[in-house]
Design a protein around this ligand. Sequence first.
Ligand code: ADP
Length: 341
Amino acid sequence: MKQFSPHPVSDDRTGAGNTAAVLEVSDLTVEFPTRNGTLTAIDGVSMRIEPGEILGVVGESGAGKSITGLAVLGLLEAPGRIAGGQIHVGGRRIDTLSEEELTKIRGCEMGAIFQDPLTALNPLFSIGAQLIETIRLHTDLSKDGARERALKLLREVGIPAPEERLRQYPHQFSGGMRQRVVIALALAAEPDLIIADEPTTALDVSIQAQITTLLRRLCKEYNTGIMLVTHDMGVIAETADRVAVMYSGRVVETGRVDDVIHNAQHPYTKGLMAAIPSLHERVGTLTQIDGAMPRLNARPEGCAFNPRCHSAGPRCNREVPRIVAAGRSRAACFLHAGGTS
Ligand code: ADP
C-alpha cells in the first residue's frame, strides 16, 4: 500500500512486495563468518526508494553503506552473505534468486556506478563498442539502432562531439568524462534502480557538482530510483531527496534531506552535521562527536552509539533502539521512544 504521508519516511514500515517502490530492503542482515566468529556488518537495515527518488545513504567509513549497496546488487563477495531480511526490486524479491537470474536483473533493472569509472570500462574496447554491446544485450535494437541510442545517451550525459567520442578508448577521456560514460552505460538498459557508490569521490571538486547535477536530472527524467552512497553529507545535501544515516551497520535516522540537515533528531546525526563546514552556517554550531565508530567485533550492547553519546542513559547500554517517528523524520534513539533511563 502506498504511503500518502506528505513526508514519505516509510523506511522501516515496510510492505514487502510493494510495487510502487523500486527498492524495498526489509530488515537486511549481512554477515561475514571469520575464524574468530561471525561479524554482523549489516544489522536489520530497512530502506525504500520510490521511482524518480534519490535516497542518500551516508555515514562514516565502515558504517555499512557499500555492503548494503553490494547486497542489493547481489555482488557480496564470499564469505559475506545475506543472513536475514528481504530485498525487493520493482516488487520482485531478488535476494533468493540464483546467480544467473541476478545477473539478468543487474543488467536490466539495476545499474551500478562506482567510485572508479575504470572498473566499469574495458580499456581494450572503444566507448562505442562497449555502449552498443550493452544496449544490444538489453534491447532488441539493431546495430544501427543501438549506435543511435549510444549517441543519444552520450549527448544526454553531456559528452561533446559524441560521434568522435564513440570511436575513442577509456584512456582518452578525463576522469569526469569517464564517469559520464559510466552513467550512460548504467542508463543503457533504462533500469528502475541505480546504485551509485561514491560516484564523485575520485573527481575534482569542480567536476563533482557537474556529476551530481547530472545524476539528479537523469533520475527525474528517467524516473529512476537512485541509492547514492557517500560519506559526504555535502553531496547528499545537494543531490538527495531523502537520506538514511547509517552507524555501525544500522540505520539510525532517516527522513527528508532538509529535515535531517536542519533538524537532526539522532545525537549521531547532530554530530555528523557539525562536522560539515559548508553546512555549519546553515545549521548553527553543534556538538562534535568524540571517539570512533566501534569495530564490528567490539560493538557495544544496546545502541552502538552509546559510548560516544552525551545523552546516553542506562537503557541505551541494554537495548537496541528501534527506529521510530522523531520530529518530521525517524530516528533509532530512546530520546524519541520513552526515554533513556
Ligand atoms: P562503508 O561503505 O560505510 O565505509 P562497508 O559497507 O564497506 O562500510 O563496510 C561495513 C563493515 O563491513 C565494515 O566494518 C567492514 O570492515 C566490514 N567488511 C567489509 N567487507 C568485509 C569482509 N570481506 N570481511 C569482513 N568484514 C568486512
